[in-house]
Design a protein around this ligand. Structure first.
Ligand code: GTP
Ligand code: MG
Length: 314
């Protein structure tokens, strides 16, 4: 399900991070000859940290590269790049994951979308809905952001565009009550997938985080397995703060996956590597644009190559 029909598109979309990393790598070398000394390794580590891989993941990458250089014939920046791609892909592999299949559980598959303000929750909700829809599944959306003005209209306008019904109440209504209504409607209509958009909330705000717990409880009461997926959306440009967000949401409500968005607009896409290393849950999808088609299943090999590779080898 959800295969990436445009793998080459990913390469173009990650241009900002790749350019930063590739320029950084190129600047380490004199011509195409590599002088593998401590200065090169320290500079490389700095470049990786600047791309937001985080200190730990960057140190790990450099230590593996050191070992590879010591034991194999690597004598060009291109060869080093290939080893770097391999190592990144290896570190990213643990983050590959898929959503629960919509058909396996009793209907509907319930997906709760959460995250801090402005990260792309509503857009990701719509993109996900479109993916299920194009896979032949029926979808219903729950407008549980009753907090931000115009949030309901934003989701409704996506629903109109996609021809997907939206269950909503009024601005200021109890979000958990909307979730309850949405699940009841999804059951009675026999839809395959219910996706619930929630209000942006800072992970450090205890009251707002507790409200999410209420949404969860209401869903679980109506259907003991629900929500089957709780997806945290993080903005790929937020850097290491994404890790604190993942930890806080995981602690408060438990997550099944993290979707990293806006990777098309940042030079810091390396945060995906840091997340792969530190987050207990995988990354089912990444967002690489504002369009409904810009949600890609996360593939470690494609991502590693798009991050530092060369287009010819894709
Ligand atoms: N470039 C780019 N923009 C994105 C992506 N995902 C979302 N956006 C944009 O980010 C902005 C915020 O998206 P929303 O989906 O409204 O974010 P949200 O998390 O629902 O925001 P709140 O509900 O206010 O917390 C919009 O302009 C989206 O078009 C992405 O992958 N790439
Ligand atoms: Mg929103």
């Amino acid at each position: 399900m959800f295969s990436d029909s445009q793998p080459s598109g990913l390469f173009a979309r990650l241009e900002k991070t790749r350019t930063a990393l590739s320029d950084g790598l190129a600047s380490l070398f004199n011509g195409n000859r590599v002088r593998f000394d401590d200065v090169v390794y320290d500079d490389l580590e700095d470049q990786l940290i600047m791309a937001d891989l985080g200190v730990e993941a960057s140190a790990e990458v450099v230590s593996v590269l050191r070992e590879k250089v010591r034991t194999t014939q690597i004598d060009s920046s291109e060869a080093l790049k290939e080893v770097l791609i391999e190592q990144l892909a290896l570190m990213l592999r643990t983050a590959e994951c898929k959503l629960a299949p919509a058909s396996s559980s009793p209907k509907p598959l319930v997906i709760l979308v959460v995250g801090v303000n402005g990260v792309g929750k509503t857009t990701t909700t719509a993109k996900l809905a479109a993916k299920f829809q194009s896979g032949g599944q029926t979808v219903l959306l729950g407008a549980c952001d009753t907090f931000r003005a115009a949030a309901i209209e934003q989701l409704q306008s996506w629903g109109d565009r996609l021809g997907i019904p939206v269950i909503a109440q009024t601005h200021g209504a109890d979000a958990a009550a909307v979730a309850h209504d949405a699940l009841a409607a999804a059951k009675s209509r026999g839809v395959d997938v219910l996706i619930i958009d929630s209000a942006g909330r800072q992970h450090v705000n205890a009251d707002l985080m507790a409200q999410l717990g209420k949404i969860r409880r209401v869903l679980a009461k109506a259907d003991c397995g629900a929500p089957h997926e709780t997806l945290l959306v993080v903005d790929g440009g937020t850097g290491q703060n994404a890790l604190s967000q993942a930890a806080a949401f995981e602690k408060e409500i438990g997550l099944t996956g993290v979707c990293v968005t806006k990777l098309d607009g940042t030079a810091r896409g390396g945060v995906v590597v840091a997340l792969a290393k530190q987050s207990p849950v995988g990354i089912p999808f990444i967002g690489v644009g504002e369009g409904v088609e810009d949600l890609r299943p996360f593939s470690s090999a494609d991502f590693a190559r798009a991050l530092v590779g060369s287009p010819s080898s894709e």
